[in-house]
Design a protein around this ligand. Structure first.
Ligand code: HEM
Length: 522
């Protein structure tokens, strides 16, 4: 009765006021709880605003300074810092094993589902290890060193196209005009993934011919083409950029993400992106149809076999019983995951070599002296140092790789984290730790001649454990083969980088500001 008189009666007497005040009161109570000593993470230091709302981290992910901000928080608060009401970042490589490796590591949080493709969980976005396992198992063999050795000719063919395109950039008639290196390295990445894994090359490095034709037609109709027309990116770029952009709001709850994504697609609608998405859709549809036809032909006696390999990524998924629709989504995911990251890393390495002609010369001398075959590449100390430094500094995935503390809770160096806490380590924070990597911003291949245990532990460009990059071996092979052939052909002789620094937005997959890394030849 007292409750009715004191609380319910006044509320019922003013329903509109109640509707306004109730959520505000709940918000205030929730905020007070989050900053109070009753919150189970109250013992973890961090800024007040991070304790109050997850929107703070979401905002910094959006503006693209999440990893740098996290680094500055560690400098102020120490190795364990609260980045949200329920989120903690750890700047101590000793935590890596428990979070990512031991007993399969902690699981990915639900917001990875914001990277689902066309309504399907991809191998990357799936948070349930049991659902991911049969998909990963169906394709894992393609990433083994044995398979890659067998497929080396395919990779070298793509690499040779890259070298040819770089040589064009050197031609006298192009002197003084910048060449967008990032566009070419992304082209290599998409061609390597599609020709090696999907059974049919996308042909990004051959697009120039088509583009020049289009420009010529346009020129006839409307006068001279602009610089931009000559410098258009490859046709898959729009799709890749579109997926990269998801990383700026991926922390949102799934329902909110869907609204923001729809609004963003409408607000930033661009013909180029629509065309790119459609072109990639067409490509993936044809690849999966080819795989279906090859499987059907192999089962039907007398039917003419097709050229599509039954061992391709889509053919393996289809034969393992996954639907054509899901297989198309998995292939698209691969094109995105395999293009942006490898493209960014290779561009960073070549950009650094352009900035440091003595490193370029030393790598070239080593390559010419050793004349390495495919199997010897990764044992050349200087080349190895160049690739490892590139992976450390490129920041293709700079921000934390988040995971959820399991039901048993977790204690790290005396700090307890309750079940459900989102914990993680950020590659940018670990890779730029001066206690592990002296003079961390400097590109020093020789630091990898005799790496310390901490360096080996804390260099995590591919993530770690059961959910580390499934294509780590493929990406590594691409980088080694490409750098070796580029220095051997000496196409970077006399090259200059237009800018010293590659500016990035630190989304989950970082975005290069302006989407260009320009080189010019003297
Ligand atoms: C140098 C190039 C690359 C880098 C630096 C890189 C980096 C990463 C990282 C850090 C992760 C872990 C993400 C996490 O823990 O949330 C990851 C996962 C993944 N990457 Fe890569 N990646 C590269 C190349 C590739 C390529 C070439 C492909 C495809 C052909 C690919 C496909 C994937 C997939 C499917 C996953 C999800 C694995 C899983 O969750 O089970 N990546 N990559």
């Amino acid at each position: 009765m007292a409750i009715y008189t004191l609380i319910l009666a006044p509320l019922l007497a003013h329903p509109i006021l109640t509707l306004i005040l109730l959520p505000i009161s709940l918000l205030v109570l929730c905020s007070l709880y989050r900053v109070s000593s009753f919150h189970p993470l109250s013992h973890v230091p961090g800024p007040l605003i991070a304790r109050l709302s997850s929107l703070w981290l979401t905002y910094h992910a959006w503006i693209g300074d999440e990893a740098t901000l996290t680094k500055s928080l560690h400098e102020k608060y120490g190795p364990i810092v609260r980045t949200g009401p329920n989120s903690v970042d750890i700047d101590d490589g000793a935590a890596l094993a428990a979070i990512y490796t031991e007993k399969g590591g902690f699981v990915k949080p639900q917001f990875y589902a914001n990277f689902d493709i066309d309504g399907h969980q991809s191998i990357f976005s799936e948070t349930d290890p049991l659902r991911r396992a049969p998909r990963a198992k169906a394709v894992a063999v393609l990433f083994s060193t044995t398979s890659l050795r067998q497929g080396q000719d395919i990779i070298y063919k793509c690499v040779d196209r890259l070298v040819a395109r770089l040589s064009e950039g050197k031609k006298a008639d192009k002197r003084g005009k910048p060449l967008n290196l990032l566009n070419l390295t992304r082209g290599l990445a998409v061609d390597a993934v599609t020709s090696y894994l999907l059974g049919n090359t996308y042909g990004a490095l051959d697009e120039n011919g088509v583009r020049e034709e289009r420009i010529a037609v346009k020129k006839e109709v409307a006068g001279a083409p602009t610089m931009d027309e000559h410098e258009q990116g490859m046709s898959a770029s729009g799709m890749v950029d579109c997926f990269v952009a998801v990383g700026r709001f991926w922390y949102l709850p799934i329902w909110a993400f869907k609204w923001v994504e729809r609004f963003d697609a409408w607000w930033n609608a661009a013909d180029e992106v629509t065309r790119s998405l459609a072109r990639v859709d067409d490509y993936v549809t044809s690849v999966v149809s080819d795989a279906e036809a090859a499987i059907a032909a192999s089962k039907t006696k007398g039917e003419k076999s097709t050229s599509h390999p039954l061992t391709s990524y889509p053919a393996r998924l289809l034969q393992a019983g996954f639907t054509a629709a899901e297989t198309r989504a998995q292939c698209k995911d691969l094109m995105f995951a395999g293009t942006d990251s490898t493209g960014m890393n290779l561009a960073t390495i070549l950009h650094r070599l352009a900035l440091n002609p003595e490193y370029y010369q030393r790598t070239r001398e080593e390559v010419l002296a050793a004349n390495p075959g495919f199997d010897d590449l990764q044992s050349l100390p200087y080349l190895r140092g160049v690739v490892k430094e590139g992976l450390r500094l490129s920041m293709a995935n700079p921000s934390r790789l988040p995971r959820v503390v399991p039901a048993s809770g977790w204690t790290f160096k005396g700090t307890y984290f309750p079940p459900g806490t989102v914990v993680g380590c950020s590659p940018l924070v670990l890779h730029l730790n001066p206690e592990v990597f002296q003079d961390p911003h400097a590109f020093k291949p020789e630091r990898w001649f005799e790496p310390s245990e901490e360096m080996l532990r804390d260099a995590i460009p591919f993530g770690l454990g059961a959910r580390q990059c499934i294509a780590r071996n493929l990406a590594t092979v691409e980088l080694f083969c490409a750098v070796e052939r580029v220095v051997r052909a000496d196409v970077l002789k006399g090259v200059k980088a237009v800018k010293d620094k590659v500016e990035i937005l630190e989304w989950f997959n970082s975005k290069v500001v302006g989407e260009r890394i320009d080189l010019v030849w003297e």
